[in-house]
Design a protein around this ligand. Structure first.
Ligand code: UDP
Length: 193
C-alpha cells in the first residue's frame, strides 16, 4: 500500500470502503491491523517528537481525519480526496462486524459512557455482538487482557485519548487474539449520546 507522507507522517490514501476491503483480507490471513486517526495537530506534534512519529507510522492505517490533510494532499497531487474520521471509521467497522459476524470489545471512557455506547450501538445494529467492555479507568491490566481474550472479540476499540490509547495498543496487541485495533478518542462519548 502506497502511503502519502506529510512532514514525516504517513497517511493512508484509502476511503472507508477501501480500508474495509483491505482489512477483510488481512483478517482472513490472520494478520493484526491497527488504525490511527491523523489530523494536522498530530502531524505538527509528530514533527517535533520522533517517538510519536514512529508510533503513528507503525500503524497499519493512518486515516486522514482533518481537512488540513486533504488540502495538503491536493497541493501535492496526492490521492486523498475525502476525510476518513475516527468516529465514522468506527461506525463503518461496527457495521462490518455486525454483517460479517465478528465480535467486538469496547475499552475506554467512563463506565456509564461505555455502557451507554454499547447499548446505543446494539440498538443501531441488531445483529452486532459486543461480547465485552471495560471502562478506561480500570487499573488491573492483566484482568483487561484476560477479559478481551475471553470475549473472543476480533475488533477492539480503545477510547482513552491520543496517544495513550495507541501506546496501550502497541504494548498489549501481542498478548491479544484481536485482529483489528482502533484508537477512537472521544468516540464512545459520541455514540453514547
Ligand atoms: N479516558 C479514559 N481513560 C483515561 C483518560 C481518558 O478512558 O485514563 C477517556 C475519557 O473518559 C474520554 C476519552 O478517553 O471518553 C478522551 O477523549 P478525548 O476526546 O480527550 O480524546 P481525543 O479524541 O482528543 O484523542
Amino acid at each position: 500500500m502506497q502511503k502519502e507522507n506529510y512532514l514525516g507522517v504517513d497517511v493512508t490514501p484509502y476511503n472507508y470502503e477501501e480500508i474495509i476491503t483491505d482489512l477483510r483480507e488481512r483478517m482472513k490471513a490472520g494478520q493484526q491491523s491497527t488504525i490511527i486517526a491523523v489530523n494536522p495537530e498530530k502531524v505538527m506534534a509528530a514533527e517535533k517528537n520522533e517517538e510519536l512519529r514512529q508510533l503513528i507510522n507503525s500503524a497499519t492505517y493512518q486515516i486522514a481525519d482533518g481537512v488540513g490533510i486533504l488540502l495538503a494532499s491536493k497541493m501535492k497531487g496526492g490521492k486523498i480526496s475525502s476525510r476518513v474520521t475516527g468516529v465514522d471509521m468506527m461506525d463503518r467497522l461496527i457495521r462490518f462486524a455486525a454483517e460479517e459476524n465478528h465480535k467486538v470489545f469496547l475499552y475506554g471512557a467512563k463506565e456509564e459512557v461505555v455502557t451507554a455506547a454499547k447499548q446505543k450501538l446494539e440498538e443501531k445494529y441488531p445483529r452486532l455482538v459486543i461480547s465485552g467492555y471495560e471502562n478506561g479507568y480500570e487499573k488491573d491490566q492483566d484482568k483487561i487482557v484476560k477479559n478481551i481474550n475471553a470475549s473472543e472479540a476480533e475488533l477492539l476499540f480503545v477510547a482513552m485519548g491520543s496517544p495513550k490509547q495507541e501506546l496501550w495498543i502497541r504494548e498489549n496487541m501481542g498478548k491479544l487474539n484481536v485482529k483489528v485495533f482502533q484508537g477512537v478518542g472521544g468516540s464512545f462519548d459520541v455514540f453514547s449520546g
